[in-house]
Structure formats: C-alpha cells, structure tokens
Design a protein around this ligand. Structure first.
Ligand code: ME8
Length: 515
C-alpha cells in the first residue's frame, strides 16, 4: 500500500497553543484525511518540542522544573487536538525515551560520517529564536550597535563556549544541486528562491552543542554538552516513524513537512544536510506557510491579542474554523483573521451555497417524492454538464491538494455548489412538479442529490463533522467519515432509484453579523 507521511512542527512548550499552531495542524489534518480517502497508509505526526534554553527559562520563571512545564502544556495540546478533529496518528514528545534513543543514533551517524567535530564557539545568540548570529549578520541587519536579533529585534547575548560543530559547509554544493534538481522540494516558490540564495551566499559550520544550560539530550560520552535543540527537534520526524529500530522507517521519507515561514531555514537547510550526512533520504517537500495577524495586528503576548483556540471554539464550530482558515488565505501567504471576515465567508459559502443547496434539494425531494429518489428519465446536456463539472472538480481538487493549494480546492468545490444552485433555478423543479413532468423532475432531483453526495465527500477532509451530518441526511445511515474511500464512493451514480434520503436539517444556519 502506498504510504503518505505529513508532519507539523513540534511546538515549544514554553507557550500556550495559539492560532498559528492550530493553523498548521489543521492543514496537516486535511492532507492526512484526504490521503486516507485515497486509500493510502497515512502517518500524520504532531507533537511538542520540550528541550532548550527557552523552555528552561520559562520553567525557571514559573519556579517549576522544565518537565513539569512540559507536562502542563502537553495536556493543553492533547486536549485541544480532538476538539479540532485532528486525526494525528502519533504525538511525539522530545523528552521521551524513544526520542532520546533516536537523537543519539542520529548523532552517532553524523559522528561516524566525520560530519561532527569539537571546536570553540563565539557568537551572538537570540534565546527566543534559539538562533545564533555572527557579527557580520548583526552588522548587515543594522543590529550590531543595539545587539538585537535580526529576526525578532529582541536582545542577543554574546556566547563563548566549547562546542561540537556540524560540517554544514561541506554540504553547500550538494544542497544547491538537490534544490535545483527537485523543484518541488521547497514551496512556495518564493521561499525556494529565498533558501537558494541563502545557501548560495555560503554556509558556515553549525554549532550543535551547548554547555551553558542542561535541559536537553546530552552528547553521547561527553555529558557536559547538551545537543543543540534544533538537531534534537528535527530528529523527531524520524523518531516517530520508527528510527533507529528501522534504519529507514516504512513511512520515511516524509511526503511533506508543513511549517511556518520562520522556521524554513532549519527545515530546508539544516535538516536536509543532516540527513545527507547521515546517509538517509530527504523529505520530499517542505512547505512554509505564512503568518496570521489578528484584526490587522501582529499577534503578540505583550498585546495580549494572541487568539486562543479554546476561545475560538466557544464561538465557532471546529469545522467552521477549519474551513475559514484554509479558505481565506492562499496557503503560503500571510493573512488576517477577523471575525467579520469569518462570518461573511461562512454566510456566503457555507450557509447560502452549500447549506442552501442541501436544504432545498432534500426539501423538494421530500415534498415531491416522499424523500425517495425516483427513476431518472433521459439525460439532457445540462445534466451532463453538471456531471462533467463534478468529475472535473474531483480531478482538480486532487491536483490542488497535492500542491497544498487548499484555498483553490475549496474555491473549486464551491464552483460546483454554485453550479448546483444554478441548475435548480434553470430546471425549476417546482414547475416540473406542477406540470406533472415526473421523469424530468426525478432526473433533476437525482442529479442534485448525487452532486451533493460527491461534494460532501470532497469537503469531508476539511469539515469532517459537518460532512458526516450532510452525508447522513443523503445516505440515510450513519457515515463513518474516516472509513470513506474515494475508490468506492467517488463514482457518479452510486445512489440508485428507490433510495430514501432523510428530511433536511440545516447544518449551516446563518450567522448574525452583529453578534
Ligand atoms: O518553532 N501565524 O515552535 P513554535 C501562523 N519548536 N503561524 C504561526 C504564527 C502566526 N501568527 N506564530 C507562530 C517552533 N506560528 C519549533 C519547531 S520543528 C522541528 C520545531 C507558527 O511553537 C510558526 O511559524 O515556536 C511555527 O511554524 C509554529 O507556529 C511553531 O512554533
């Protein structure tokens, strides 16, 4: 069976879950659900990043041990994901024994390959970003005088320590060749170009151990050193897949690592070079999405405007949030979250388009034929056009989701829904009923219900709960969304004459714009 592996970043436990974490995880969930629909053996991984100075400092600030802080925050994630219908197959914690073992195995492979050496390190360090900067980089970013981080503008500290280094510079040419030979490796394209010019600008060896704090995985046989948090964190993708017990795990290489644009360099430069050095295959794709602002402002702790998923879930159904986040902004671009935009999008595309098509179709079926699909008559050009549109949508959505163009996939499905609503107007079933044209009426109602069924299947990775309800009304049985397979379900004509649907029951009631 074909495998599919999608991952989210592992989230730092120094912070509560927020909109950004929720966004990537929902996106990954949609891909995982879609690939399961295709019948693949899917591995969907998320988890938490527990080590590093940042977490140690956050725990100290609260007067607790880092592992206690981690345990608290893990609880928050573990209880949030089911509420957002996240169907992850595994949840990785970097404090776990299995991960410790994998990081040691990775270190050993790098060491055995001659890619790690001991040296002396002097540089500038940004704790919040867990990133090192050279003097030149600070100067280039006009940050040297202020001693601030070129990324986040916060203070950087000068670090001098004995350190192990990874020979990143040795892999510069190989990485450039790889990126050029694999145009799909880094997406979107603008990010790929960014990474290429960064690598072409020259790679320095990377300091991969610390002696200034203790919260991490010790370097084998040199315990005063802790392994750099990014070497530790990136290895999570292999740990959960079964490394090192399986040298190349069944699901490896990953099909796509979904990440935010701020952590692209780690995933598109350090990680592939580490894997090359370790002699392991590279992930097929790294997709860096954009950042959300909230009501036009940058989310920040100090402003207190970071959107908490738990608060959003009090206001909106999980499915509505899932739909909005992936529909509103092209994946890869920055976007703005606003309540009014969510409500307007919901009212127009979910309440007015999908909800309306479902309600009016099932209501007419009930009124004119006791909810039972009758024998269809002759197929007209307009019927064939609707079927062709549905089938083209299925192909388009497949192509779009394989390049993570979620918003286009949703737009394409919406076109079919709009087509369905136009088809109702064009055929005016109420007129057919009045004139007693039963054969045509049956044909029209059949095409509507079959379109709705296939639309619901395409939307099910995005809105599993709502589409479960929609399919239940159409199929008249409880439908296990997770068990659906396109091979069995996606052909036009699965519903047969004589099939009874349920009475319509609104799944997308209109939202009040003022509340
Ligand atoms: O970076 N909009 O963890 P993290 C969209 N532990 N995404 C956002 C965002 C926003 N406003 N703010 C943050 C880490 N993010 C590491 C990862 S992976 C081996 C290790 C995203 O908890 C951000 O882009 O700080 C990042 O991808 C993710 O949240 C996790 O951030």
């Amino acid at each position: 069976m074909q495998t599919y592996y999608v991952s989210t970043p592992i989230y730092y436990v120094n912070d509560e879950p927020h909109l950004g974490h929720m966004y990537t995880t929902i996106a990954a969930d949609i891909l995982a659900r879609y690939e399961r629909l295709l019948g693949k053996d899917v591995f969907f991984l998320t988890g938490v990043d527990e080590h590093g100075q940042k977490v140690q400092q956050a725990a100290e600030g609260r007067g607790i041990a880092p592992i206690e802080l981690a345990n608290q925050v893990v609880e928050r994630y573990a209880s949030l994901w089911p509420e957002l219908e996240i169907s992850n197959d595994d949840f990785i914690r970097t404090s776990s024994e299995r991960h410790h073992k994998a990081v040691h195995a990775m270190w050993k492979r790098l060491k055995d390959a001659g890619a790690i050496y001991k040296g002396f390190y002097e540089d500038w360090y940004c704790v919040p970003c867990e990133t090192y900067w050279t003097e030149t980089q600070l100067k280039d970013a006009e940050c040297f005088d202020k001693h601030c981080c070129p990324d986040c503008q916060r203070d950087v500290e000068k670090i001098q320590e004995e350190s192990y280094f990874f020979r990143l510079s040795d892999y510069q040419e190989r990485l450039i060749d790889y990126i050029k030979a694999n145009p799909d490796f880094i997406a979107p394209e603008s990010r790929r170009n960014e990474v290429l010019s960064f690598v072409e600008g020259g790679l320095r060896d990377l300091s991969v151990s610390r002696t200034t704090f203790s919260w991490g995985i010790p370097v084998p046989d040199d315990e005063k050193h802790v392994i750099y948090v990014w070497i530790d964190a990136l290895t999570n993708y292999l740990t959960a897949a079964g490394f090192p017990d399986q040298e190349i795990p069944k699901h490896w290489p990953a099909d796509v690592h979904l990440i935010g644009k701020d952590i692209l360099r780690f995933h598109a430069v350090y990680w592939p070079c580490m894997l090359m050095a370790a002699g392991l295959p590279l992930p097929k794709r790294v997709f860096a999405h954009g950042w959300w602002t909230v009501e036009g402002e940058k989310m920040s702790k100090s402003k207190g405007n970071a959107l908490r998923p738990a608060d959003l879930l009090e206001q909106y159904d999980a499915d509505v949030l899932r739909y909005f986040l992936l529909r509103e902004v092209p994946f890869g671009q920055d976007g703005d979250f606003s309540h009014i935009a969510l409500k307007m999008r919901y009212n127009s595309e979910l309440a007015n388009d999908v909800g309306n098509l479902l309600n009016r179709s099932l209501a007419m079926l009930k009124k004119y034929n006791g909810s039972v699909l009758g024998e269809s008559g002759e197929e007209l050009e307009m019927d064939r056009a609707l079927i062709a549109d549905v089938e083209a949508m299925q192909r388009d959505v497949d192509e779009m989701l394989h390049r993570q163009a979620f918003h286009l996939a949703l737009e394409r499905i919406n076109q079919v829904v709009k087509h369905g609503n136009r088809y109702v107007e064009d055929n005016a079933p109420w007129g057919l009923a009045k004139s007693g044209n039963t054969a045509r009426l049956n044909t029209v109602l059949y095409h509507l219900v079959e379109t709705l069924r296939l639309v619901a299947i395409q939307l099910s990775p995005f809105m599993p709960e709502k589409m479960g309800l929609m399919l239940q009304q159409i199929m008249n049985v409880d439908v296990d969304i997770a068990a659906l397979r396109l091979l069995d379900e996606a052909g036009w004509g699965k519903l047969k004459a004589g099939h009874a649907c349920q009475s319509p029951s609104p799944i997308f009631p209109r939202m009040d714009l003022d509340s």
